[in-house]
Design a protein around this ligand. Structure first.
Ligand code: GAP
Length: 498
């Protein structure tokens, strides 16, 4: 993970927000290469989800909405995480990410140990228990630890559980509900009536505009409303780089279906669509898995939720949630606004409130998954047969920030640079391309490898001296080279960049 964070900064993919002021925890900026890559992820999703489908339309709704929206949706009352304070260190933890275990020797609890959630929580708790037994010279047989998260701690256990910050018990508070919505106020007066929220999800924009779309959009059930936009959550523990941040971007789609439709089949279809789409932008199937939320842990409005999980460098984590949200949201908005949220069922000659299947994903989480799985450091041989290392980002051409780098073999040979500049100008009209004439050709290839550019085109002496006006096309992953005409280059791009 450290190597990926370092590359992200070195090559201008991601910077810490407000870095010159020491940064702000949970906020990030995307640099020149990063903003291109992110835009490409968004554009591919929008093209596949909205423009290439006949049953999905797009919207762009405001970030700050009427505060009643969040009362109706349940966010004011229930969009909370369980927060635990350490009174000594002033650290804050999410109770469901703070684990503890009883240290049981010969069947008797002699103390407690704690650890923060990680891939190795159980191992860490076990070795903490062994260390504690050794330190206190307790004789007897230590039982294997049985980890629980802090939400399961009893009032009697809480004072006995050590804080991860100090290692001492007695300073952790019982969990309390912490609402994650960012508050702001609208207008010149600051009082209770001016309170508003930065949206914690884009989804409510689609529900609140449902009637507008039905009345104006010539849509028929089933149909979807999609949106890409920023969301904000005051996460207690933003972590793992851009994986969990406080300002992030979501791509969500609400698919409205008839209440009598086969919602389970529809849910399965979207689950497959989302997995196929992730593969289409280059995520390896081997890193994807599914997590079905157990019935007892489903959100109260959900009939079924399945997460597509991704194997990140820090463990397998949620990438994309696909939820069957029933008619909860439309019913709530109908109740709170007094405006019917219905669809006229021509066959039954009756008004129905549609149900919803919702695929909801974070752009930043896809970005991190893409970067982590594309990153490789490998040994390669240079022209003289010497082994050297190259860093390469094996990004799909669909989302690579630069599609082609145009390289004149020599910087000071006008016949070469003129041809290179002409090709560059032509390519630039349709694709993100770079012109690079600085340094040895091998160095320029390495620079492009590290930025994830799938192809380099070198304008060399064969281009200007031989018949056919061909260039050397160098392929990033195989490093193979072949000669290609301009027309063939455009055909290649047409096929691979869509
Ligand atoms: N409308 C449903 C909804 O928002 P969610 O599971 O809370 O569901 C959907 O969020 C997706 O948004 C997640 O699967 C994840 O990809 C992304 N996401 C959620 N919280 C995030 C955060 N703090 N930072 C980055 N991405 C986040």
């Amino acid at each position: 993970m450290d190597a990926i964070v370092a590359l992200a900064k070195r090559r201008g993919f991601i910077f810490q927000s407000s870095e010159i002021y020491g940064g702000l925890n949970g906020f990030f900026d995307y640099g020149p290469l990063g903003s291109e890559l992110k835009k490409n992820i968004r554009d591919c999703w929008w093209a596949d989800m909205v423009r290439r489908r006949d049953d999905v339309v797009g919207v762009e709704t405001s970030i700050i909405m009427h505060p009643k929206v969040w009362e109706a949706s349940g966010h004011v009352a229930g969009f909370t995480d369980p927060l635990v304070d350490c009174k000594v260190s002033k650290q804050r933890y999410r109770a469901d990410q703070l684990f503890f275990a009883a240290v049981v020797v010969d069947g008797k609890t002699v103390a407690y140990v704690s650890a923060l959630e990680s891939e190795k929580t159980t191992e860490e708790l076990q070795s903490a228990a062994e260390a504690l037994k050794r330190k206190k010279a307790i004789q007897g047989t230590l039982a294997p630890v049985a980890p629980k998260d802090f939400t399961e701690a009893t009032p009697e256990e809480i004072p006995l559980i050590p804080s991860p910050a100090t290692g001492e018990p007695g300073s952790l508070t019982p969990p309390r509900a912490f609402n994650m919505m960012f508050e702001t106020s609208v207008g010149a007066m600051r009082d209770a009536s001016s309170v508003a929220y930065l949206r914690p999800e884009t989804a409510q924009g689609m529900f609140v505009d449902y009637k507008n779309v039905v009345d104006t959009g010539r849509v028929k059930l089933p149909f979807g409303i999609a949106q890409i936009g920023k969301s904000f959550r005051n996460e207690i523990t933003p972590r793992n780089f851009i994986f969990r941040s406080r300002e992030f971007e979501q791509m969500e789609m609400e698919y409205f279906i008839h209440p009598d439709a086969d919602w389970l089949a529809c849910h399965e279809e979207w689950l497959k669509w989302c997995q196929d789409w992730l593969k289409s932008i280059g995520l390896p199937e081997s890193h994807l898995s599914l997590h079905e939320h157990p019935k007892e842990k489903l959100a109260f409005y959900s009939r079924r939720t399945v997460d597509i999980m991704f194997k990140y460098p820090f463990g397998v984590q949620e990438l994309w949630g696909i939820a069957a949200r029933s008619d909860y949201d439309l019913q709530q908005h109908q109740k709170f606004s007094g405006v019917p949220q219905v669809f006229f069922d021509e066959a039954a000659k009756a008004k129905v409130v549609p149900h919803v299947i919702e695929p909801a994903v974070g752009v930043d989480r896809i970005f991190l998954a893409v970067l982590a799985s594309a990153y490789a450091v490998e040994d390669v041989k240079d022209e003289k047969g010497n082994v050297e290392q190259r860093t390469v980002l094996r990004l799909s051409p669909r989302i690579a920030p630069t599609k082609v780098a145009v390289l004149p073999l020599l910087k000071n040979k006008e016949a070469l640079t003129n041809r290179a500049k002409a090709l560059y100008a032509k390519l630039k009209k349709r694709y993100a391309v770079q012109y690079d004439d600085g340094g040895a050709i091998g160095k320029r290839y390495r620079r492009q490898d590290e930025a994830g550019t799938p192809w380099c085109v070198t304008i060399d002496f064969d281009t200007i001296e031989k018949e056919g006006d061909t260039f050397t096309l160098r392929e990033r992953d195989s490093m193979s080279q072949k000669r290609i005409t301009e027309a063939e280059l455009f055909t290649l791009l047409e096929e691979q960049v869509y």
